[in-house]
Design a protein around this ligand. Structure first.
Ligand SMILES: C[S@@+](CC[C@H](N)C(=O)[O-])C[C@H]1O[C@@H](n2cnc3c(N)ncnc32)[C@H](O)[C@@H]1O
Length: 286
């Protein structure tokens, strides 16, 4: 039997050996996962003991993390917009930067005083964007699309976990292929990494997250080109679209969307000051 403190020390030492930036913090997360404890409970139980199978599980996970598997895939969860989402290797791990889209979409929904907005999430992955909006807008309904059936299964699970299953529908297909009606809000966080940038990515991303969630052709703009006409076709006349921008891609995306008949009305920055969310409306004719 090892004490929690001894186990934490051993796990943190493995993580430090793998070059993990905050080994003690990550060791606590893994230990909490293995023992089914919250972070607060871990802090309070340093003198408790762990049984041998728990210890073996923790050390196995610490070794995998030291080899740069993302911690969210090891624990199966990641927090986004204050909610815990299931994630698997079939889904992108939700990023805090994407909360910029949620803030912008909620601001629009509140200002437009939409009664029961219809929301479309193109490339829903874990469903984090659509589900976060549905929890904030109790009369809204939405559709999440993805080409990955495995990702859609995770999104459905997350919708059920957060009590919005009755208002969240999921459809397989390329972007908006499976939908025909108009939406008041369209959100999309498409893949936007240039294939040529692959080698420079962190191993956590490059070697573990699904390629179809990351890469979008030689310049990183292929998914935007595919999505723009879909947004035009599916956006309600007074609706608004919120599109995540890869760093430095804002002007290129605005040009692609303008060519499709959509006008950029705002570009919002994330907490790091990077332009992260393009806000688009239909271009006014005449
Ligand atoms: C960057 S991830 C975003 C996932 C999630 N919305 C988020 O913000 O965490 C892009 C998603 O688009 C999906 N995708 C890629 N190509 C697609 C296509 N042609 N049609 C539909 N979804 C696609 C991927 O499977 C992936 O789930």
């Amino acid at each position: 039997m090892a004490s929690v403190e001894q186990a934490l020390r051993q796990a943190a030492s493995l993580l430090a050996g793998g070059g993990i930036a905050d080994p003690r913090h990550e060791a606590r997360i893994l230990l909490g996962h293995v023992m089914g404890l919250t972070r607060e409970q871990v802090l309070l139980r340093h003198q408790s003991s762990m049984d041998a199978p728990q210890m073996a599980n923790l050390i196995g996970l610490a070794r995998r993390r030291a080899a740069h598997e993302p911690i969210a895939y090891l624990t199966g969860a990641r927090e986004f917009w204050g909610l815990s989402f299931d994630v698997t290797r079939d889904t992108l791990i939700p990023r805090p930067d994407s909360e910029t889209l949620i803030e912008a979409a909620l601001r629009f929904a509140n200002r437009a005083a939409l009664n029961s907005p219809r929301i479309l999430d193109l490339g829903t992955g874990s469903g984090c964007l659509l589900i976060s909006l549905l929890t904030e807008l109790p009369s809204a309904e939405g559709v999440g699309t993805d080409r990955s059936y495995a990702a859609l299964a995770v999104a459905r699970r997350n919708a059920s976990r957060h009590g919005v299953s009755a208002r969240a529908h999921f459809a397989a297909g390329s972007w908006g292929q499976a939908v025909a009606q108009h939406f008041d809000l369209i959100i999309a966080n498409p893949p936007y990494i240039a294939a040529t940038a692959r080698a420079g990515l962190m191993p956590e991303v490059r070697d573990h997250e699904p390629a179809e969630a990351l890469y979008a052709g030689a310049r990183g703009d292929e998914a935007y080109t595919a999505i723009a006409p879909e947004v035009l076709r599916l956006l309600a006349p007074s609706g608004c679209a919120f599109v995540e921008l890869g760093a430095g891609l804002g002007d290129r995306v605005a040009t692609i969307f303008r060519a499709a008949g959509l006008a950029e009305c705002e570009r919002r920055k994330d907490l790091a000051g990077i332009a992260r969310c393009g806000v688009f409306k239909r271009e006014r004719i005449g």
